[in-house]
Ligand binder design. Structure first.
Ligand SMILES: Cc1cc2nc3c(=O)[nH]c(=O)nc-3n(C[C@H](O)[C@H](O)[C@H](O)COP(=O)(O)OP(=O)(O)OC[C@H]3O[C@@H](n4cnc5c(N)ncnc54)[C@H](O)[C@@H]3O)c2cc1C
Length: 519
């Protein structure tokens, strides 16, 4: 997969010398007057990456997005608070890790130095018993990252470490992608951690950092996804565990500049346009129907979220083939999650971090203090003296009493940050969504891949099986570029050069240790 010559040609995207380079396939650099027309359906990260990859090679791209805004799950929209002030609302906090090479590559198109991202100095994790873990002093290079984390963590005492079943944990030392799925996809994350005898007190760490990000109970998550996350952040990459966040709301920082870049490349951006059907039109072409309009295209990128893809496949009886549509029909979303944003009349204590992971506080998974990193919130805070606080609850119980859950989040906040107990909530927004993919135990084989049985239909998104060590936003970006590469390759045009963290354990020592487990 890695070629030395390609490494010389294309500058590395991060600090990790062992990052894998995925050279673009060969071909002419650019379409001429013969440029095909492609519909990209979905304007989240995956659709934006696919549109970028294609438009940069001269493809005529129409991007169709159901919502009024680009960005998908990171979209932002204008809102007005009860005190009359305009704000940008979104689902809020997302961690832009430094190993997200292809996502960063996408954002660099509009902001070459990534000036809109700023690093958070730390993100402590607070347990109900008062334990507080931190990532600030954890070394970046494996295996020191994992060892340093364990040594610095109050959740990993000597007793806990001695209690680990080292043999059961060996697969974590050499996570190979995609082989890890053959090995661990049939086991749940919870059972795997039981097997490893992962210390009870430290579990929240694994869950806060990894599996909770999948919006699902660990008993229902494939252990392969957990191992993959462990690899990406701890043992597989030397980019470290800290991350960046945009310094303004998503539209201003990310999507408006990227939309301007795409428009300059000739991409037609149609927001507020829900695609209802995709039909083959003979000769490998397709008709994409949205409302009364039908767009004829040479190829289609399906960059929808799980529910959107399921819906579109069900409404498009000739799309790909019956087996593919049947597998798409079986895809599931993770349970609903809640994002509550509170505008308070007073500040939280000065020492509160920008982001805090929590464990043991009922449904509350994390607390962000937005004015610590987002310009719009900081300006409001300077003007009013109040804080803008955001609370996330992932993996709530389907059918739960939503009002009660919202109230509960605020009550838990008062336990975590007692100074908020007497604060007046000037206004609040509570957002419920259910559109993150669920990666169930044993479900890997049924996930869509980038290619489909129809070579002119490709799929992108964080639900897609890429065979690469990527997840979440980086999976969305990488799959978007892979989808554009697949089409470009078919047309004999050069694709985009991509990067990932190494696709196997990075040191001979760790690989050797992992092999002990195979005996
Ligand atoms: C609260 C929250 C916190 C998160 N935190 C992190 C984090 O810290 N780090 C991280 O890496 N990831 C995080 N994620 C995950 C991340 O948001 C996703 O992995 C990523 O945004 C997925 O991008 P996507 O393009 O695959 O899908 P989406 O963003 O869902 O885009 C799909 C798009 O398709 C559109 N669509 C659907 N149907 C149609 C149709 N018929 N016609 C036209 N358009 C359609 C949708 O409107 C949507 O805009 C978080 C997610 C949430 C919700």
């Amino acid at each position: 997969m890695t070629t030395r010559s390609a490494r010389r040609e294309v500058p590395r995207r991060g600090r990790d010398r062992r990052a894998e380079s995925l050279p673009a396939g060969p071909g002419r650099p650019w379409f001429g007057a013969d440029a095909p027309r492609v519909a990209v359906i979905g304007g989240g990260i995956a659709g934006l990456a696919a549109a970028t990859g294609l438009a940069e090679r001269g493809v005529r791209v129409t991007l169709l997005e159901r919502r009024e805004q680009l960005g998908g799950r990171l979209a932002g929209w204008a809102d007005t608070l009860s005190d009359g002030s305009p704000v940008t609302m979104s689902r809020g906090f997302h961690a832009f890790f430094r190993q997200y090479y292809n996502l960063r590559g996408l954002l660099r198109r509009a902001d070459p130095s990534l000036a809109m991202l700023r690093g958070l100095p730390d993100y402590p994790l607070l347990g109900r018993d008062g334990t507080r873990d931190s990532f600030r002093h954890v070394p970046r290079t494996p295996p020191l990252s994992a060892l340093g984390f364990a040594a610095l963590s109050p959740s990993f005492g000597l007793r806990e470490l001695a209690g680990l079943d080292a043999a059961a944990a060996l697969p974590l030392l050499d996570v190979r992608v995609p082989e890890v799925y053959a090995r661990l996809d049939g086991v749940s994350a919870a059972d795997f951690l039981d097997r490893v005898r992962f210390p009870e007190r430290a579990r929240h760490l694994a869950f806060e950092v990894f599996s909770r990000s999948f919006f699902v109970d660990p008993a229902e998550l494939s252990a392969a996804e957990l191992a993959l996350m462990f690899h990406i952040y701890f043992l597989g990459s030397s980019e470290g565990l800290l991350f960046d966040v945009p310094d303004e709301p998503y539209p201003q920082a990310l999507w408006n500049p990227l939309a301007a870049y795409l428009t300059r490349l000739g991409v037609e951006l149609r927001t507020g346009t829900e695609v209802e059907r995709v039909q083959p039109a003979g000769g490998g072409r397709h008709r994409v129907s949205a409302g009364r309009e039908t767009v004829p295209v040479d190829a289609v990128v399906l960059a929808l979220d799980t529910g959107g893809l399921r819906h579109l496949a069900a409404a498009s009886p000739d799309l790909a083939d019956a087996r593919w549509r049947h597998r798409v029909a079986g895809l599931r979303t993770a349970p609903p999650f809640l994002v509550s944003r509170l505008w308070l009349d007073r500040p939280v204590d000065a020492g509160r971090p920008g982001f805090l992971g929590t464990s043991g506080y009922g449904p509350l998974d994390n607390v962000s203090v937005l004015e610590r990193w987002e310009g719009e919130a900081a300006r409001r805070s300077a003007r009013t003296g109040g804080s803008v606080v955001e609370l996330h609850a992932y993996a709530t119980t389907p059918g739960c009493d939503r009002k009660a859950e919202q109230l509960r989040l605020t009550q838990e906040l008062a336990k975590v940050y007692p100074e908020t107990r007497d604060a007046l909530v000037v206004d609040r927004r509570d957002l419920w969504f259910e559109d993150c993919p669920h990666f169930p135990v044993g479900g890997y084989a049924d996930r869509p891949t980038v290619s489909t049985p129809d070579p002119s239909v490709v799929v992108a998104g964080d639900l897609v099986r890429t065979g690469l060590p990527v997840a979440l936003m980086e999976r969305a970006a990488t799959s978007g570029f892979l989808a554009s590469n697949a089409l470009l390759q078919r047309w004999g045009v050069r694709g985009q050069h991509l990067w990932t963290v190494p696709d196997r354990g990075r040191s001979a020592l760790l690989r050797g240790l992992a092999r002990l487990g195979d005996r």
